[in-house]
Write a protein that binds this ligand. Structure first.
Ligand SMILES: Cc1cc2nc3c(=O)[nH]c(=O)nc-3n(C[C@H](O)[C@H](O)[C@H](O)COP(=O)(O)OP(=O)(O)OC[C@H]3O[C@@H](n4cnc5c(N)ncnc54)[C@H](O)[C@@H]3O)c2cc1C
Length: 673
């Protein structure tokens, strides 16, 4: 008798815990299903596959839309691969397996379904995690059609956000445009996210091909199943085409020792990190989240769960369950509140992206819908500068295009460049860094924000469309949140968050000898000191531009006369990465802009109005025309006052949370399938 098969098609849900696909395939409704076939397809539209020997690409290279970066850069390629093979290992431990293929998801899956049917099996259904971006939706439609021709239905599961869409206190289309009303309404829900779904006790068997030597269709059978190739070989193939100007070789050589994210990809490493952060030590690192979350060095300063979340190696509900467990032991604190708060930012961007569809990726952003009048000037030629991609690299950094200097980490502003170096050399950047480099690109250099979003898309290990593009819109002032006129002062931010210059020296070793009081602004040193302390041609002599608002921060205040460090020097940072239990994963291969309660402290260069400086005040070393105060009317302003109000409101919520404990989903509550 033929087997009754469900295909679980995995993409950004690389886990067995709290996975609706596995849960459904093993629930009572699917009793008659005898076999489950988990499949992962590396899709040529998202990952460049041309380096695989014999692979014939059907469409164009896997590059970003506007600026043509590789969509999946070296670090995420490795992380993804590690995650896929880790899922296979875990499934094997559960008596199942994972079929790995390369191609176009909708074609490969339909071919596999047909192959099973031809073999006399019945393919009952294909399960897929639902994603709401335009491209993903189009692929889902094609998959549905292809499967329909084979008589197989497709069922999608909406499981990416923490708060299930059906639990929202408003229809998704009425999603509030501003974070605070969203947060307030969601925080009032009786449950803060549903409890995680249990892992099936006994996985249904993997339907092995019944004919000898038969391989399921799709490119890769001979590489993976016949030649038993693993992460290292496939990675080498995937990295081969990525060696061009802005794409680093790094990633092929393994993790950067300095990285704040030293983990392998996969559910195993994700759960180890979760345990480390929420359970290891008394108290565990979470007990210092609020105080350290703006750190820059080492792995402990924040949860480092975003890369795992983005590829679904950990579920947001599993994080909340760990928070609950921690609170049962240690009580709820500001630290636990803040992690919930950050997870809500993630949901906010996910739901906002659903509401505005393709506007997530367009120049005018969400603002084009929410405030077309305000969006109009930003759509006109000349508002945004751009990158002339056809122009060859200049002979010296001084003649280089500002966009290129930003990407290379050669702006001459060390705090910006150190962050960009970290991104390019490790695939990670702190939230603090992301806000600063995004503000610098879009507000100081006035360059098309999509260049930044696409560069991040290519380089970040934790790239996720709504969180990346949504945050870029937010910082660059084209989003739906009227508090859009933020501009960071990189000198002040450097003084505040890297007061001794340790972070800068770690990522820009050429500045190692620059004395701390000049580390944020080395161009202010006497030329003779500069040439004595900085190796020739290793760092720009002048920054790409200089804002008048930076100057008061050049002479940073040191400790007071009693030796008490200034406020900024008290920002604690746990120090260099400790690679211990939570170090590399088990694989042998191996004021947040938006998202933060203290975001309200973000200062603007031009004072409380958040304006751009007046024409002529901005001094560009690169020949750039001074801009007028166009940001003044570009958004309902984030005045210091408004930020204050928001801060006070957050503080009140915190207080309440302290008093009442959080309304949260108890792990004892009924399981919702
Ligand atoms: C320009 C820019 C681009 C960004 N691109 C991405 C991206 O592609 N993918 C991504 O996951 N995050 C992105 N972020 C948000 C944020 O920087 C990262 O989520 C965070 O740095 C991850 O580190 P963590 O897990 O240690 O965060 P923690 O501080 O430990 O926070 C816990 C979790 O909350 C969520 N979170 C925290 N801050 C934000 C935020 N501002 N917006 C949305 N969710 C948040 C993340 O899921 C994070 O893992 C971006 C921020 C900016 C300013």
């Amino acid at each position: 008798m033929g087997r009754k098969v469900v295909i679980t098609l995995h993409k950004n849900d690389l886990r067995v815990h709290d996975n609706a696909l596995f849960h459904a395939a093993h629930d009572a409704k699917h009793k008659d299903v005898t076999h489950v076939l988990p499949v992962f397809v590396f899709d040529e539209r998202f990952v460049e596959l041309s380096g695989l020997p014999g692979y014939q690409r059907q469409g164009p290279e896997a590059r970003t839309r506007q600026y043509k970066f590789w969509r999946t850069g070296a670090f995420r390629a490795r992380f993804l691969l590690e995650g896929v093979f880790d899922l296979r290992d875990t499934l094997r431990k559960h008596g199942s397996d994972l079929l790995i293929r390369f191609g176009k998801m909708e074609d490969v899956t339909a071919d596999i379904a047909r192959d099973l049917i031809e073999n006399g099996d019945e393919v009952k259904e294909v399960f897929l995690q639902e994603e709401f971006y335009t491209e993903e939706k189009a692929i889902e439609r094609k998959l549905r059609n292809n499967l329909k021709k084979a008589g197989v239905p497709l069922t999608c599961f909406d499981q990416v956000p923490l708060i299930h869409v059906d639990d929202l206190p408003f229809p998704p289309k009425s999603m509030p445009d501003v974070f605070t009303p969203f947060r307030k309404r969601v925080e009032n829900l009786p449950q803060f996210g549903r409890p995680p779904l249990p892992i099936p006790k006994q996985f249904k068997p993997f339907p092995r091909p019944t004919k000898p030597d038969h391989l399921y269709p799709g490119f890769g059978g001979s590489i993976i199943e016949k030649d038993h190739r693993g992460v290292d070989y496939v990675l080498q193939c995937l990295l081969q085409p990525l060696q061009d100007t802005f794409q680093l070789r790094a990633g092929s050589e393994g993790k950067n020792q300095k990285s704040a994210f030293p983990y392998a990809g996969g559910e195993t490493a994700a759960l180890q990190r979760l345990d480390f952060y929420f359970k290891d030590g008394s108290p565990p690192p979470i007990a210092r989240y609020k105080e350290t979350r703006n750190g820059l060095i080492g792995h402990e300063y924040s949860t480092k769960l975003s890369p795992f979340l983005c590829l679904g190696m950990v579920s947001p509900r599993a994080i909340v369950a760990a928070l609950d467990e921690y609170e049962d032991k240690f009580g709820s604190t500001q630290n636990t509140y803040w992690i919930r708060f950050e997870l809500l930012w993630r949901d906010y961007f996910l739901f906002v992206a659903r509401k505005f569809g393709s506007k997530l990726f367009t120049l005018g952003g969400f603002e084009e819908v929410t405030d077309p009048k305000q969006a109009l000037p930003k759509l006109k030629n000349g508002w945004w500068k751009t990158w002339d991609m056809d122009k060859p690299l200049a002979d010296s950094v001084e003649h280089e295009q500002p966009a290129v200097r930003w990407m290379q980490g050669n702006t001459g502003v060390p705090f910006i460049d150190a962050n960009m170096a970290e991104l390019r050399e490790s695939g990670f950047m702190s939230n603090r860094g992301r806000q600063n480099v995004a503000s610098f690109l879009t507000k100081d250099c006035q360059i098309d924000w999509r260049l930044g979003a696409e560069f991040f898309e290519s380089h970040l290990i934790d790239f996720e469309p709504s969180n990346n593009w949504g945050n870029w819109q937010y910082v660059s002032g084209v989003g739906n949140d009227p508090r859009a006129s933020r501009q960071f002062n990189p000198i002040k931010q450097g003084n505040d968050y890297d007061p001794h210059g340790d972070y800068i020296r770690a990522w820009l070793p050429q500045l190692a000898k620059v004395p701390t009081p000049r580390i944020q602004c080395p161009w202010t040193m006497h030329p003779s000191d500069r040439s004595r302390l900085i190796p020739a041609k290793s760092y720009p002599a002048r920054p790409v531009l200089e804002q008048p608002g930076w100057r008061p921060h050049y002479n940073r205040k040191g400790p007071n006369k009693h030796g008490v460090p200034n406020r900024n020097e008290r920002v604690r940072n746990p120090g260099p990465a400790i690679v211990g239990r939570a170090g590399r994963g088990s694989s042998a291969d191996g004021d947040s802009g938006a998202g933060s309660a203290d975001d309200k402290k973000a200062k603007t260069v031009a004072g409380s109005s958040g304006d751009r400086p007046k024409g002529g005040q901005q001094h560009h070393h690169q020949q750039q025309k001074p801009q007028d105060r166009r940001w003044a009317n570009a958004a309902t302003q984030t005045t210091g006052e408004a930020r204050e109000r928001e801060s006070r409101a957050s503080a009140r919520v915190l207080e309440e949370a302290h008093k009442n404990g959080h309304r949260r989903a108890s792990s004892k509550e009924t399981m919702i399938a």
